[in-house]
Design a protein around this ligand. Sequence first.
Ligand SMILES: [Zn+2]
Length: 266
Amino acid sequence: MNLVYPLFADNMFATIYLLVIAFCFGAVFASFITCTACRVVIGEDWTKGHSHCDSCKHELSMLDLIPIVSWLALKGKCRYCGAKVPARDVIFEIVLGLAFAGTLAFNLAVDPVVIQTLVLEVLLLGLSLADYDNHIIPDGFLLAMLIVWIIFVGFMPDTQGYALDGIIAVVVIAGIMLLITLILNKVLKKQSIGMGDIKLFACCMLFTGLYRGVLTLFLASMIGLLIAAIGRKKKIAFAPAISIATIISLVFGGTLINMYFGLIGG
Ligand SMILES: [Zn+2]
């Protein structure tokens, strides 16, 4: 079975069509995962029940739930009670839509590696939101990441090499991170980096492998510092930084690493 569907550089229409579809899928999944993340955090059953307005509790119809479009059409208000619907949700829909389209455009193919990255983007958005809002990374999301990895390993061009690379990255990079955390905890006499962050990092390492894993660690530290510098929150959520770093490493990592070695190699 040929799972690779290359985007045709000479067929502009097909390429644009596919990117628009990818954007729409991204927006729909963002809408789903933001709702799921909220429910998981407050302990609601995310598999059951209809979406409802947070203010008036009115059940929302399909027309109210079209990503981006509904929000624009209703001018960011609830159709029933007129309460403001936060623009944040729409921003995430646009962001994940762009991430989907960007991942596809940059890889110029629809293959297992790309599909796995798209699934990962959805999960990382969900757990980043949970961490940002409530400072917890639900284990369910991490378990889902693990299952995705186990399933997709079998579809990789070099299954054995891919699996080994991921496991080595977990042991080496996440292992070093755990060691540093334990030492810091002893010295500072308080929890320095959360265990949830380390578990998330270990899960991400499975996908990035060793080289991209080092890049992810570097990027996550930079993004984390940036969020800490511009954020007003006392307690910093690291999951968004780790998530953004992981996606950048997966999508652009090969190019960035080549550029780096090109620079130091002269
Ligand atoms: Zn309402």
